[in-house]
Ligand binder design. Structure first.
Ligand code: SF4
Ligand code: FES
Length: 253
């Protein structure tokens, strides 16, 4: 039985077993998707990367599912090199199967950063331009992450919760959720803005955020035909203005 070192602990290993099984017997979790103990290991997924140090040799990354223990072998499972190798392996697998939830779940369990998940954004920047040029909130930006451009929220909690970005996005990449009095606007798993919703003074339904209404009020302050600011939802505002118009028509008759 060869004596090996696993994460600084000396153990007697079964020479016939693969390192992945030896590690698991020690209670050390190793990510693996292509390994089955009943089959010859193929080393396909590369998730089971560990650092192996043979006596008098530099450390190298090996696959625990294909590696057999030999006298004096040292195995490390929690070094930076291991994390780097596993990150590459997880990301490569995600390229083959971007829809796979298990890859992301397993990566998360093992503390691997998978980067931003795939999204439906075509980088047209309509949302960014609308938010800046029309709304004036300037809450979005393009951010480069590991060579890939992503639409992302700017820092400083700038989103006013108007929903223009979600409405203008041609691919539906930006989501707007109105739930329990809160409007959440997000892209991928990132929140762009989270704003409370106000209720319509007439029908009582949630309809807009305070930041959005304040912006409208500020923008329309100098309007010559503005009579008063109100907090009605678009439907009630329309109904009320129709009623006022028909009442004034009646007066003229
Ligand atoms: S999120 Fe939508 S609107 Fe914004 S850049 Fe991507 S595709 Fe265009
Ligand atoms: S478990 Fe897939 S390469 Fe080792």
């Amino acid at each position: 039985m060869p004596e090996i070192i696993v994460n600084n602990q000396q153990i007697q290993a079964d020479a016939d077993k693969h390192v992945i099984d030896i590690l698991r017997e020690q209670g050390i979790e190793v990510p693996a998707l292509c390994y089955h103990p009943a089959l010859t290991p193929a080393g396909e997924c590369k998730l089971c990367a560990v650092e192996a140090v043979y006596p008098d040799k530099p450390a190298q990354i090996k696959l625990a599912c294909t590696l057999k223990p030999t006298e004096g072998l040292e195995i490390r499972t929690d070094t930076e090199q291991v994390t780097r190798a596993r990150t590459t392996a997880f990301r490569n697998l995600a390229k083959y199967a971007p829809e796979s939830a298990i890859i992301r779940r397993l990566a998360e369990k093992h503390g691997i950063d998978m980067g931003a998940p795939p999204d439906e954004c075509i980088r047209c920047r309509l949302c960014i331009r609308a938010c800046k040029e029309l709304v004036g909130a300037d809450a979005l930006k393009i951010e480069r992450r590991e060579g890939v451009r992503y639409v992302a929220p700017k820092s400083g909690n700038r989103c006013i919760g108007c929903g223009t970005c979600a409405a203008i996005c041609p691919t539906g990449a930006i989501a707007q959720r109105d739930e329990n009095g809160l409007r959440v606007i997000s892209i991928r798993d990132e929140i762009i803005g989270q704003n409370p919703l106000l209720t319509c003074e007439s029908c009582g339904r949630y309809f807009a955020t305070p930041k959005f209404l304040s912006r409208i009020e500020a923008r329309t302050e100098d309007h010559p035909h503005l009579k008063e600011h109100h907090r009605y939802c678009p439907t009630c505002a329309k109904l009320l203005s129709d009623r006022i118009k028909s009442a004034s028509r009646m007066k003229k008759i």
